[in-house]
Design a protein around this ligand. Structure first.
Ligand SMILES: [Zn+2]
Length: 153
């Protein structure tokens, strides 16, 4: 019998707990397709000093590598904590079908683990955020995308 959604989530939380014991942050994630675990990961920000080494992102990378595809359609992600906007965007990029989390941003807030402020920034639009995206094209620059299109044949 296939494990249930709750059993997958129990494993994601268990990964997070084990990561805490190992000096990491309290996050773990599972990527599942057709009832089978394709990738497991924990947050490795403390261990690697890579600020993007979130459990969900690492699980997506591992799953893509093991499946040999940048598309993870049909996959479900089980994350111990509410995914941040970076990881949610990565889920959109690879076409994940669904996502679950065990602990909310509200629960994480008192511990500095909420990413709600980043969601609030993103809700403002690219030009209105504290990091405003500003266009800057060198005067003689043009045709990059056309070059790519030609390379495609
Ligand atoms: Zn994240």
């Amino acid at each position: 019998m296939e494990p249930s959604a709750e059993e997958f989530m129990r494993e994601a939380v268990a990964l997070a707990r084990a990561n805490v014991k190992a000096g990491g942050r309290p996050f773990g994630a599972l990527l599942v397709r057709d009832g089978r675990v394709i990738a497991r990961a924990v947050n490795e920000v403390n261990q690697t000093k890579d600020p993007t080494a979130h459990a969900e992102l690492l699980a997506i990378r591992r799953a893509s590598q093991s499946l040999g595809s940048a598309s993870l359609s049909g996959c479900i992600i089980y994350a111990s904590g509410h995914p941040c906007p970076m990881c949610l965007a990565a889920m959109h990029l690879c076409g994940i079908q669904g996502a679950y989390f065990a602990y909310t941003n509200e629960e994480g807030e008192a511990f500095g683990l909420s990413t709600a402020p980043i969601y609030a920034q993103l809700a403002r639009g690219p030009q209105a955020q504290s990091i405003a995206l500003r266009p800057l094209r060198p005067s003689d620059e043009h045709g990059l995308y056309e070059e790519w299109k030609r390379q495609q044949g």
